[in-house]
Design a protein around this ligand. Sequence first.
Ligand code: HMG
Ligand code: MG
Length: 298
Amino acid sequence: AFPSQVKMVEVGPRDGLQNEPGRVKTATKIEFIHQLSGTGLPVIEATSFVSPRWVPQLADAEAVYTGLQRQPGVRYPALVPNRAGLERALAAGVADIAVFTGVTDTFCQKNIHCSVAESLERYQPVITEARERQLGVRAYLSCVLGCPYEGAVSTRQVARLARQLAELGADEISLGDTIGVGTPLQAQRMLATVAEQVPLERLAVHFHDTYGQALANIFACLELGIAVIDSAVAGLGGCPYAKGATGNVATEEVIYMLQGMGIETGVDLERLIGVGRHICQALGRENQSRVGRAGLGR
Ligand code: HMG
Ligand code: MG
């Protein structure tokens, strides 16, 4: 059954900006996050404490994070790839982290320079320490509907890995169609299989819109009751280690659809559209959100 309420996880400042070709000023990022904080979004992924050599776009993670004025009621998680990342995040005052791995070894090697099994070993002490310090822990699993290097993936393997991440102590597992290749019934079957291993309440979906399927995939997952959805305002985003992958599903599109379905998010769509237009202007890029381009006409 459809949920009555959905928690939106805005990943624009992280997934979006990690992939911008040009340099984005720290002040622009902070202002972007502040504007998002005023839309009713409950979770805004702020940045990544990853290697600046591999992702120079987010080299200013400390400056962004410590420059934020955090709004009460809003959570600002940050990505952490290893212990060094956790230490940087803790020093910056992060209260929620996200670790990330993938379904295939090739993607994992390109992304975080280790195999999937090694990544789980690496994350075990990171998650344990984060939990001891009362941090929230999310785990991303990438390539759940296909890998840019290995092609089709096994849904059973996706479910197994999601379960292992949950057993390591992640509160929430976000299932990523990193390259946006999935289609709705495939997405639904994948989610149903994963939900046999991890309670649906602990799952999130993370769709990229490369093939225009993201919103349809979300609808298919909503039918099963998924209640946490990742998205990026203005459809920003992509993964530097997934060639050809375009942005995340636009937050505006998801909110518009959910409103039409009578599903609560607490997000003010009109304000959100304004934020999307503003960041596109600041980045000098075209707004990838159809809703953002059309506006609400009132
Ligand atoms: P590595 O080079 O193999 O790391 O990178 P290493 O442990 O061998 O260390 C090499 C150097 O990096 C050392 O410095 C370390 O101190 C330093 P040196 O001694 O040479 O001066 N280092 C760090 N510096 C800062 N912060 C750190 C850190 N760790 C090591 N955390 C590593 C391995 C994992 C660090 C690297 O591959 C990395 O940072 N990868 C991140 C890639 C990334 O951010 N990808 C995009 C996010 S995933 C995504 O977008 C998918 C998602 O959206 C979901 C979906 O769509 O599916 C989440
Ligand atoms: Mg992503």
